[in-house]
Design a protein around this ligand. Structure first.
Ligand code: SF4
Length: 333
């Protein structure tokens, strides 16, 4: 509780505490992925009953984005079940159109498409992409128990390519993969917090066990470990947007509130979250009104960027970024 309280104080200096960003994630290409991520319904190595599809048409994706905007989301994320972008020239062309269309709606655009090289990152930046999601998933130490088809360093290389292109980095983890929270959650956060710049976005996923995947039957991660993870991330990455992502649907409202108090300030809302269920807009709207929360309306990624350190820096509580954040929040009312 001390950790959550300290994180809550830092959170209140860097963010408007009642504001929680609404994001919607759409699967634009389902299943048939060659990777072996042992939690994933979309890997072609496991029998999960999921039917693989081709890349969605640009117009259907933009229609979904329009609906998400109307319902109150201000970030639209698009995910494709690919290992990487090699040999996907027409795919990239369509995705560029999707990004442009989402940005034209006035929404933040994020994509998650697997590993990315420098040239592809540049192309996505030119299309106006706000953020690229590429999770580290877990600690370096636990990683090889979860995925064997690409290395931790390859993941870090993608994050570097994204950062170099000037796109915001969205990278986080999945809790409940059989890791030891005391060491593996800390190691995951440490890796991200000691990159040349903090990720602007840190998604915290609670494993949704899928029948047919090796992770099915894992013991669920405990609430206290989720809250500790969020609070620790908030303390060491004070300006980052912390997203309560997959698995929120399994958390009672009281548990979600504890996460917001400890520093989480974004959720995924809509019909689906990739292949798993998601809390819907109406349900979230009602929850917001019960607790005095409001959708984050400002360009959150822009606010965050002002305070993201570009060098390793642990003096977050002593330097003047906190008071600059105070001024900024006052200016935003
Ligand atoms: S998590 Fe992504 S890369 Fe891994 S198997 Fe699923 S779709 Fe493929």
């Amino acid at each position: 509780m001390e950790l959550a309280s300290a994180a809550g104080s830092v959170h209140r200096r860097f963010h408007k505490p009642s504001a929680v960003q609404l994001c919607t994630l759409m699967n634009i290409k389902t299943g048939g992925c060659t990777e072996d991520c042992s939690y994933c319904a979309q890997s072609s190595r496991y029998s999960t009953g999921l039917k693989a599809t081709k890349l969605s048409a640009v117009e259907s994706v933009l229609e979904a984005a329009r609906i998400a905007k109307e319902k109150g989301s201000n970030r639209f994320c698009m995910g494709a079940a690919w290992r990487d972008m090699r040999g996907r020239k027409s795919g990239i062309r369509n995705i560029v159109e999707m990004i442009k269309g989402v940005r034209a709606l006035g929404m933040e655009a994020c994509v998650t498409l697997g590993m990315l090289d420098k040239e592809q990152a540049k192309q996505l930046k030119e299309a106006g992409l706000t953020a690229y999601n590429h999770n580290l998933d877990t600690s370096r130490e636990h990683y090889s128990n979860i995925i064997t088809t690409r290395s931790y360093d390859e993941r870090l290389q993608t994050l570097e390519n994204v950062r170099e292109a000037g796109i915001h980095v969205c990278s986080g983890g999945i809790l409940g993969l059989g890791e030891v929270p005391e060491t593996d959650h800390v190691a995951l956060i440490h890796t991200l917090a000691t990159l040349p710049g903090h990720p602007e976005s840190f998604p915290v996923n609670k494993l949704v066990p899928i029948k047919g995947t090796p992770m099915f039957g894992q013991e669920p991660v405990k609430l206290e470990d989720i809250v500790r993870c969020i609070a620790t991330a908030r303390l060491v990455m004070p300006a980052t947007i912390i997203r309560l992502a997959a698995g929120r649907v399994t958390m009672p409202e009281s548990e979600q509130m504890l996460c917001f108090m400890a520093g989480a300030n974004a959720i995924f809302t809509g019909e689906k979250m990739l292949t798993t269920d998601c809390n819907g807009w109406d349900e979230d709207k009602a929850m917001f009104s019960r607790w005095g929360l409001e959708p984050l309306q400002t360009d959150a990624s822009q606010v965050a960027t002002d305070f993201i350190p570009v060098h390793h820096d642990y003096s977050v509580l002593d330097d003047d970024r906190g008071s600059k954040a105070d001024e900024r929040l006052q200016a935003h009312g």
